[in-house]
Design a protein around this ligand. Structure first.
Ligand SMILES: Cc1cc2nc3c(=O)[nH]c(=O)nc-3n(C[C@H](O)[C@H](O)[C@H](O)COP(=O)(O)OP(=O)(O)OC[C@H]3O[C@@H](n4cnc5c(N)ncnc54)[C@H](O)[C@@H]3O)c2cc1C
Length: 434
């Protein structure tokens, strides 16, 4: 099926969208280079506990796709790598990729973790959103692919102070290489798919919610890690201040979204992920009582309204319509929610054990540089801009977009767009379309 002369396709971003696009293209017999800036593929989906509306375990559905992508004979993975330069045009792009040194011999390391067990350094773990600490030599997460270690040069004692090298001594496979250097590789590709995903709004910017001032006010992504079996509390829903079970939980919607001072757009899926998170809390502990404070319920998907109704009827979630004006804290570090209930025209306050902020999806850090490298436009919010009637195409022929780097969306939509972008890119490089 593949034209003999066509070049491989480059995918930038190894979240669920990039993984799906790579698998689809690989299955068509097209060679793919997948670039991921982190030490592992997986993206945000790897950080989630379960996924709405089925409440399937997120990593259980993601891990087989990661493995398929990792093992696929037509897919070359470049993790811990960044695109530095792109020249050329549709059918004939030249790409410079920076492969950052992990200081690990990739072929030797089996990810046994003996080195990390002896590493004396502890630093906040980015994957667990700093709710736990990791070593300076680390595996990005438990199911990471490739399953190899990485040395964090900024914190490793050998790189910062010229001492230690314990990992080198304990590694029985001689897999540590302190001399390793960053490398540049040159690729020739016919088309490019951008799947760089999203970041999350920092709620510190809304000071009345006390995020980072109050330990029991967390973001929704932090909550996903707190409730996840592989997370920092082993899946027990314990509040950060005293590790006591959280039984009364407030979920605040639209934190940074639909807000003229921050991001005016709707982040689309927060009503659904908050409902899921409240359902999961009840499944963990039948004593839990959850309150979701919302402006409007936006359940824009098949079966989504039913999911919310089930949350209300079967899991006792209380939906309170009204914006929370502020959060304060009592002497036991319980967050106090001050709110207006617009349905009862009442003003009230409620004491909670834990408060969860559904923060806005925002454009990915680094997208301005990447857009410049690629020569494509960003939209008014900073997401990658697409053409209205060809919604997977950028302003530049041969460069396509899928997933949350375009706008906030859920996993099924990210996957559908990824398959769409793969099909369009394949069609173009096989010469069906110019
Ligand atoms: C709290 C929360 C709960 C959620 N719950 C659900 C749910 O229950 N169900 C559901 O359907 N959806 C849920 N989602 C949404 C889901 O996370 C997204 O739909 C999905 O992750 C989008 O995938 P993506 O591949 O587009 O982006 P991402 O997951 O962000 O992946 C992008 C990848 O690209 C990499 N990358 C970025 N920039 C570069 C670069 N310049 N070079 C190389 N690599 C780069 C990143 O490191 C990352 O690996 C939730 C989201 C949040 C925040």
């Amino acid at each position: 099926m593949r034209s003999k002369n066509s070049l491989p396709i480059l995918i930038i971003g190894g979240g669920i969208a990039g993984i799906q696009a790579a698998i689809d293209l690989g299955g068509m017999g097209i060679k793919v280079h997948l670039i991921e800036e982190k030490p592992s593929i997986g993206g945000r989906m790897a950080q989630l506990d379960k996924t709405f509306p089925t409440n399937d375990c997120s990593i259980c559905i993601l891990a087989p796709k990661m493995a398929e992508c990792f093992r696929h004979p037509n897919i070359t993975l470049h993790t811990y790598s960044e695109v530095k330069e792109v020249t050329g045009s549709l059918g004939d792009f030249s790409v410079k990729v920076l492969k950052k040194a992990r200081f690990i011999k990739e072929k030797e390391c089996v990810g046994c973790g003996e080195c990390a067990a002896k590493c004396p350094v502890r630093v906040p773990d980015e994957f667990d959103i700093e709710l736990r600490r990791r070593e300076a030599i680390y595996m990005y997460f438990l199911q990471a692919l490739p399953m190899i270690m990485t040395i964090d040069k900024d914190h490793c004692l050998y790189f910062t102070r010229g001492v230690c090298r314990i990992c080198e001594r304990v590694c029985t496979r001689d897999a540590i290489d302190f001399e390793q250097k960053d490398r540049e590789i040159d690729l020739k590709v016919g088309a490019i798919i951008v799947a760089t995903g999203f970041d999350l709004f920092n709620p510190v910017n809304i000071s009345e919610y006390g995020y980072k001032r109050y330990r029991n006010v967390v973001s929704a992504l932090e909550y996903e890690r707190l409730i996840c079996a592989s997370g920092p509390t082993g899946g027990h829903l314990l509040r950060p201040s005293d590790r006591k079970p959280a039984e009364k939980i407030a979920f605040l919607q639209c934190v940074g979204s639909r807000d003229v001072k921050n991001n005016q757009y709707c982040s689309t899926i927060c009503c659904m992920h908050a409902t899921k998170e409240a359902i999961l809390a009840k499944e963990h502990d039948s004593n839990v009582q959850s309150f979701i404070f919302y402006m409007d319920m936006r359940a824009i998907g098949k079966g989504f309204q039913k999911y919310i109704s089930r949350g209300e009827a079967e899991y006792g979630i209380k939906y309170v319509r009204g914006r929370v004006t502020k959060i304060t804290e009592d002497s036991a570090e319980n967050p106090i929610i001050w709110f207006e209930d617009t349905q009862d025209s009442a003003i009230g306050k409620m004491k909670m054990d834990l408060t969860v902020l559904a923060t806005s999806f925002i454009p990915r850090r680094g997208r301005v540089d990447l857009a410049e490298i690629l020569g494509v436009e960003l939209d008014e919010y900073g997401f990658f801009k697409v053409n209205d009637l060809t919604p997977l195409s950028t302003s530049k022929p041969g460069i396509y977009i899928c997933g949350c780097c375009k706008e906030p969306m859920d996993i099924p939509d990210s996957v559908a767009q990824a398959s769409g972008a793969a099909a369009v890119a394949a069609e173009v490089i096989m010469g069906v379309k110019g």
